[in-house]
Design a binder for this molecule. Structure first.
Ligand SMILES: [Zn+2]
Length: 240
């Protein structure tokens, strides 16, 4: 349904309120989160680095992320980057140079959608942070290895099994990083934190290459809603 709705408003106005004109109107822009919080998936994958998100994956943020990712509404990259920058700011030590590492999109996604949405918003976040005096750069350290099945509808355990070994560090980027003699802080960037399985796999690939991850930062995080299985069935008439 959200896709049909996005089709309706895409190109024709604000993704938040459908006001004709810009893809994000001034009022909705002013509604964007101004600070980020530490978040944690439940259950949390073992050893996952500290996570920070600027808001909940709902409403305006969800509409912006989907429109940018699915419909290539590139004008949303800058406001999304601004929101992501809040999460990065909450995660970093401002005195230490920081490298933002976008979590890579699946190759099939990049092919069919024609862009790498997380890379685009990570670059926008870095511009925002540099404008505020932070020493931040973006390095595409990670790549997808082979094809991964769509994650939607998989449980946390199945997501993790589906993903293990799916990411690797790009050797040329790793070599370039090794040549810098600065003590850099590495921060992962993604659009949404759900179960943490994707972030954990990205972290594993970096750690296997001898790199420590300071934090995982995302625009939004899903709120864990625990629904008892019998309640999840629509009106069976037997329970309660
Ligand atoms: Zn609006």
């Amino acid at each position: 349904m959200i896709n049909a709705w996005l089709d309706l408003v895409h190109g024709g106005g604000c993704v938040g309120c459908a006001l004709p004109g810009r893809s994000l109107c001034r009022a909705c822009r002013n509604d964007l989160p101004r600070r980020a919080n530490a978040v944690r998936p439940t259950p949390c994958p073992d050893g996952l680095a500290a996570c920070f998100a600027a808001g909940e994956y709902d409403g305006l943020l969800r509409a912006m992320i989907l429109s940018h990712k699915e419909h290539g509404t590139f004008s949303l990259a800058t406001p999304l980057g601004r929101v992501l920058a809040q999460a990065v700011r909450a995660a970093i030590d401002p005195h230490v140079p920081t490298v933002l590492i976008p979590v890579p999109s699946r190759a099939a996604v990049v092919r069919t959608r024609g862009h790498a949405p997380v890379l685009r918003m990570t670059r926008a976040a870095a511009r925002r942070l540099r404008g505020g005096g932070h020493r931040v750069s973006v390095i595409e350290l990670l790549e997808q290895r082979g094809e991964v099945h769509d994650q939607a509808g998989l449980s946390a355990g199945k997501r993790s099994a589906n993903l293990t070994g799916s990411m690797a560090v790009r050797p040329t980027a790793r070599a370039a990083l090794a040549r810098t003699d600065l003590l850099l802080s590495l921060v992962l960037c993604d659009d949404v934190l759900t179960t943490g399985a994707t972030a954990r796999e990205a972290q594993r690939a970096l750690e296997d290459s001898g790199l420590r991850v300071r934090a995982v930062t995302t625009v939004a995080a899903t709120r864990k809603r625990v629904i008892p299985p019998e309640r999840a069935l629509p009106l069976s008439g037997s329970a309660d």
